[in-house]
Design a protein around this ligand. Structure first.
Ligand code: CMP
Length: 152
């Protein structure tokens, strides 16, 4: 089992797409084990996007991500980091394939609706940034026997 940090970004919440996108993750069979609505501060944005802070697009990215609340979530599942990134599609909604979340709902590179950790190291770091241990609630779904074979 793997975990990944998801942010439903300000454009997602403002456009009333949070329910639709949470629904896509649920339909896929992924487990939501933590979730909250939060206001990202400039300080948190700089920590989260540390690798982008020096990039020319960073000031716009910070203004966007701190401009309105986000929904932060931890998803758990088999190979969930790769699975979710494939569900999201390419970074830009203009390039993302049809059928992916960004391909279906976004026409922007910055306002691409959802953030997901890009690897195991990033996931561990980002989950710790957004959630304390007592906010994470793993559980065994009763549907598991109908979602995958016992040896998967
Ligand atoms: P995300 O997956 O959250 O990780 C970094 C974010 O920076 C990315 O989604 C985009 O929202 C944004 N981003 C990446 N590249 C650019 C760019 N060239 N111009 C503007 N925003 C970008």
């Amino acid at each position: 089992m793997e975990r990944t940090l998801i942010l439903l970004k300000p454009d997602c919440v403002q456009r009333r797409l949070a329910g639709t996108i949470i629904g896509r993750f649920e339909e896929k069979g992924l487990n939501i084990i933590a979730m909250k609505l939060i206001q990202v501060t400039p300080d948190l944005a700089k920590q989260h996007y540390a690798e982008h802070v020096e990039k020319p697009f960073y000031p716009g990215l910070e203004a966007f991500i701190t401009g309105s609340p986000v929904v932060a979530m931890v998803l758990e599942g088999l190979d969930v980091i790769r699975v979710v990134r494939e569900m999201l599609g390419a970074t830009s909604g203009l390039i993302a394939a049809s059928g992916t979340i960004r391909g279906d709902f976004s026409s922007s590179r910055q306002m691409n609706l959802v953030h997901a950790s890009d690897g195991a190291e990033a996931a561990a770091r980002e989950i710790e940034l957004y959630f304390s241990d007592d906010e994470i609630h793993p559980y065994e779904p009763t549907l598991t026997p109908w979602m995958k074979a016992a040896d998967e």
